[in-house]
Design a protein. Structure first.
Length: 354
């Protein structure tokens, strides 16, 4: 804890650090501070500020052996009006709680989560990318079980850490269409498993498939439902949606992460007068779609050019002469505009950090 740090002396409009803002990748860049909160003796303690990126944890901590780890991802952006906005942090706070309950960890109250977000953004204001750079400040909250234990059971002590990193687009192509693939060789999660929680184990389970896809030149795997392998699930670290007969369609599934971006796009699609269907989507339906995209905090809205089924050899081309489709483009522009204050935030999704 840096007891000498007075958060009120930090200015959200601090001069930006010296970085090549327009060419950042989606990666870890060191910043000044992180914030932490520990759960001990059945209660959450005070939020502390640290300038160290290191954690000092016991070698028998449950996070290291039994995967008691969960995380979130959200972004802060500087708008055209100079204000700094964070998108739907209350939804991330709720999902943080749901993930904690899902793997028997202590849930962090929503108000502490939101307070930590506001603090970590303000403390690192000089790393918020300037408006128009195409980059944003990615906020990464995580929680780990820290009680030393050898038997398979939950910890009784937990640590939440929140750090930030300025980031560029997740998929290298940004808002340029890319190819994704279907494979029946790998599942990310089990049918009644942990797919709807944002826990590290799901991502470990996705690494082999992701690696295979990247080696073949695809930006991500479009996972199928793990039970029947008939329906679409989600797209690497993002949800999937398509436009079919002018409708916004997206998979309903217990084994996917309920994406806050997808939830927001569904609302924007309705606002645009589109019908929205959240339902099972059979693989064969891909031949009738006119647009497709991966959506998520990191991915934002990444258009899909082609979906290749590696097992059957089928290729589903969603081409608009290599350009993103018109509905995907409008949705993307609306979503980005709300985050930068250029489109009216009718649903009250953004919080301005002061
Ligand atoms: N699905 C997975 C597996 C993810 O990791 C993410 C990223 O958070 C998403 C979907 C998109 O969720 P959100 O829009 O809430 O970021
Ligand atoms: C996000 O979209 O925020 C993610 O968490 C994706 C990935 C980096 C895990």
């Amino acid at each position: 804890m840096n007891a000498d740090i007075d958060i009120d002396s930090f200015d959200i409009n601090a001069a930006p650090a010296d970085m090549d803002w327009a060419n950042l990748c989606f990666g870890y860049y060191p910043t000044d501070y992180n914030v932490r909160c520990e759960y001990r003796d059945g209660k959450w303690g005070e939020i502390t500020i640290s300038s160290s990126p290191m954690l000092d944890i016991h070698m028998a901590a449950t996070c290291l052996h039994y995967g008691q780890e969960l995380f979130e991802g959200l972004k802060a952006q500087r708008g055209k009006d100079g204000k700094v906005r964070v998108f739907r942090m209350d939804e991330n706070a709720k999902r943080f709680i749901s993930s904690a309950n899902g793997i028997k960890m202590a849930p962090l109250p929503e108000e502490i989560f939101c307070k930590m977000v506001r603090m970590v953004v303000k403390l690192n204001a000089r790393f918020i990318p300037p408006y128009g750079s195409g980059s944003s400040l990615y906020i990464r909250p995580l929680e780990i079980g820290i009680t030393p234990q050898v038997g398979v059971k939950s910890a009784v002590e937990y640590m939440v850490v929140m750090f930030v990193s300025p980031v560029g687009p997740y998929f290298k192509t940004g808002f340029r269409p890319s190819k994704i693939c279907i494979t029946r060789e790998y599942d990310r999660v089990a049918p009644k498993g942990t797919g709807r929680f944002k826990i590290g184990g799901n991502y470990a389970a996705s690494l082999a498939a992701g690696d295979m896809a990247h080696k073949l030149g695809y930006s991500a795997v479009l996972y199928l439902d793990p039970k029947e392998k008939k329906y679409l699930d989600e797209c690497g670290p993002a949800n999937f949606f398509a436009i079919k007969d002018g409708k916004y369609i997206t998979p309903a599934s217990d084994s996917i992460l309920p994406s806050i971006t997808n939830m927001s796009l569904r609302q924007l699609a309705r606002d645009m007068g589109l019908e929205v269907e959240e339902r099972h989507i059979a693989i064969e339906e891909l031949k009738d779609i006119s647009e497709a995209a991966a959506c998520g905090t990191a991915a934002v809205c990444s258009p899909v050019l082609e979906i290749d089924d590696l097992d059957t050899g089928d290729k589903y081309v969603v081409s608009h002469d290599g350009e993103p489709g018109p509905i995907t483009t409008r949705l993307y522009e609306m979503l980005c505009g709300i985050k930068t204050g250029e489109v009216e935030d009718k649903h009250g999704w953004c919080e301005v950090i002061e």
